[in-house]
Design a binder for this molecule. Sequence first.
Ligand code: KIV
Length: 271
Amino acid sequence: MSVHQQIKRVTTHVLQEMKLRGDKIAMITAYDYSIARILDSTEIDVVLVGDSASNVMAGFETTLPITLDQMIYHGASVVRGISRALVIVDMPFGTYQGNSKEALQSAIRIMKETGAGGVKLEGGAEIAESVERILSAGIPVMGHLGLTPQSIHKFGTYVVRAKEEAEAEKLLHDAKLLDETGCFAIVLEKIPAALAGQVTASIRIPTIGIGAGSQCDGQVLVLHDMLGITQDFSPRFLRRYHNLFEEIKGAVAGYITDVKDMDFPNEKEQY
Ligand code: KIV
């Protein structure tokens, strides 16, 4: 029996043990209570309340507009629905960059007001001071390197990162730094599989990949993408497990027809 099948509550220590044993870590995003309840009936290891909520929940083009209050709202809703997985909440843009004291205050608010098990921050050396200060309060931190969507205006595009040697070297250095600083895991987004494999082999903590190949210690997908609720986002790394857009559309069309035809409600569906 694998480690994750034996435990009642996933902690950062469990994830570390999974890496050592070679058990893969499955992480997925969620933003609300009802979906969290469904995820809680599975063996998902980590639920990420991603700032991708800015895109899939609120319809913004980037992750930049979402606020700390909004992330706390989503985080607390998810935590209420999860009893087993480790829940991690993204720190939104502007709440931790360049000011480690504000970073700590933001992280404390997330932990106090959501009940989550940790926070995720994007970046390497440039946010090391914030990471260190948050860790000093006993708050578990997940890193995020490679394509970091909060820096989209710096990158200009969502293409694969770290294909050039200099950027790959910086990424490897940042990963080691986050490991040494005390992060418990690192998300690697949209980087070459070989580089992700090198990072995974070079650090003690688990790597969770999204578009970073099979050698990572775990994988993460945005729930709305893998369920086919979103339609206009089709990167090569995305495997769709469902086409919920069409299923929901079909169900709503059926409901409209039944209402118009006065087939709903029927005798049994009224008082
Ligand atoms: O916000 C998010 O959903 C994320 C994942 C894509 C890793 O950061």
